[in-house]
Write a protein that binds this ligand. Structure first.
Ligand SMILES: *Cc1c(COP(=O)(O)O)cnc(C)c1O
Length: 393
């Protein structure tokens, strides 16, 4: 029997402390609500945490992906490749730039972009003369892709690499923090409320390339520069500002940056807590007809998501399991509907069967609640309810 309860358990929830709140209130009382010194403080805190040289704070990861694509000059006639097992933003950024978008199927063990599939797709594309200008690997659920191998392919075939690390701030790969950009041109983070640390809405691009960083700074604020060295005409006076590119207003506010800086102080504590919740799931669900998340020895996941796959031989279907969990007040979710199966992408010519591993994964996947404030008793209820549904079906 599944009993109902008063308080619903979401799949994700932000953790905002009294200190976080005080930091934001201080900004409200200060001279700068936006474009003030707190943005730079936040950027420096994140870039030094990750070990990258430059960081540009922006209004969302979607904006960050768009700007990163613009910074490498992605445009009409170019190709962007990403993972179908992602949020639509990882692909949409290519369409914003007028480029073509295609996908590389996932590895059925890690759920990340398959390096083997990438390699063979590159071989085919090379012979057809349509190699991608950029590949965007997505660190699904917070676990890094095989970046060393992807970087090696990018050297061989000459494409840019932008890491979509929206799930992965706080994680590491080969002993270095995700975001260090050792194997990529740029890395993008999301600070949306469900992610590892939050600014409400917000994002960031990290890079070790000074030229790319300068482009990002200019593009996020209308394409305008006040830096005399970047101006294309002689400065006419101290007030001069020049629009040198077509940019956007993708700025983050100081209010948000204050929250982000305060949240960043807690990131290691957040990731540790996520690991202990994940550990409890591993221990309590090992005898169920579920495939539990694979953890690569090369990386430490930020554990943004805990995704299980319901095996084909289980006595319940995925739909029944999700429905019963939700009826029991547990906000299970599904990450992700493969991007190429979205109606909009089907109109572009993609169809069912194009990326079979991502589709098969999707048909069995369920995301269990995992967030810093998930109480022990709540997690036990999730575990008990799941066991009940699967065994008493
Ligand atoms: C959340 C997310 C995004 C978009 O982030 P926003 O900050 O909401 O724009 C992009 N890619 C992935 C993989 C995400 O999970």
């Amino acid at each position: 029997m599944v009993h109902s309860r008063q308080k619903k358990i979401p799949y994700a929830r932000q953790s905002v402390s009294e200190t976080d709140i005080q930091q934001v209130v201080q900004i409200l009382k200060s001279d700068w609500l936006t474009q003030g010194p707190t943005i730079e403080r936040f950027e420096q805190a994140v870039s030094s945490y990750c070990g990258a040289k430059h960081a540009a704070a922006v209004s969302s990861a979607t904006a960050a992906l768009h700007l990163a694509c613009l910074a490498i000059g992605l445009g009409p006639g170019d190709w962007l490749w990403t993972s179908p097992n992602s949020f639509v933003a990882s692909a949409n950024c290519g369409l914003y730039c007028g480029s073509n978008v295609d996908f590389v199927d996932i590895d059925p063990t890690t759920y990340n972009m398959s390096v083997t599939a990438l390699h063979s797709k590159l071989e085919r594309a090379k012979s057809e003369g349509r190699l991608p200008k950029v590949v965007i690997p997505v660190h699904f659920s917070g676990q890094s892709c095989a970046m060393k191998e992807i970087r090696a392919l990018s050297d061989l075939y000459g494409f840019h690499v932008i890491e979509d690390a929206s799930h992965a701030i706080g994680g590491s790969y080969l002993e270095r923090k995700v975001g260090c950009c050792e194997y990529s041109d740029m890395t993008v983070f999301s600070f949306h409320a469900v992610k590892i640390i939050t600014t409400g809405e917000g994002g960031m691009v990290l890079t070790n390339d000074k030229q790319l960083a300068n482009k990002l700074f200019v593009l996020r604020t209308h394409g305008i520069t006040r830096d005399h060295e970047q101006m294309v005409e002689p400065a006419v006076g101290p007030w001069d500002y020049q629009q040198i590119e077509l940019g956007l207003n993708y700025r983050l506010t100081d209010l948000q940056a204050a929250l982000g800086t305060s949240q960043l102080d807690r990131i290691d504590e957040f990731v540790t807590r996520r690991h202990s919740i994940a550990e409890r799931y591993y221990q309590s669900l090992s005898d169920l007809p579920l495939v539990l998340p694979y953890q690569s020895k090369e990386s430490v996941s930020a554990f943004h998501l805990f995704v299980v796959q319901l095996v084909e031989t289980a006595a319940v279907t995925r739909l029944e399991l999700v429905t019963k969990m939700q009826d029991a007040g547990i906000g299970v979710n599904v990450h992700y509907i493969p991007v190429h199966l979205q109606p909009f992408y089907k109109k572009l010519g993609f169809k069912c069967g194009d990326f079979p591993e991502a589709e098969s994964y999707y048909n069995h996947a369920i995301t269990l609640p995992l967030f810093v404030g998930l109480e022990e008793e709540e997690q036990q209820y999730v575990i008990d309810t799941l066991r009940n549904i699967v065994f008493n079906a």
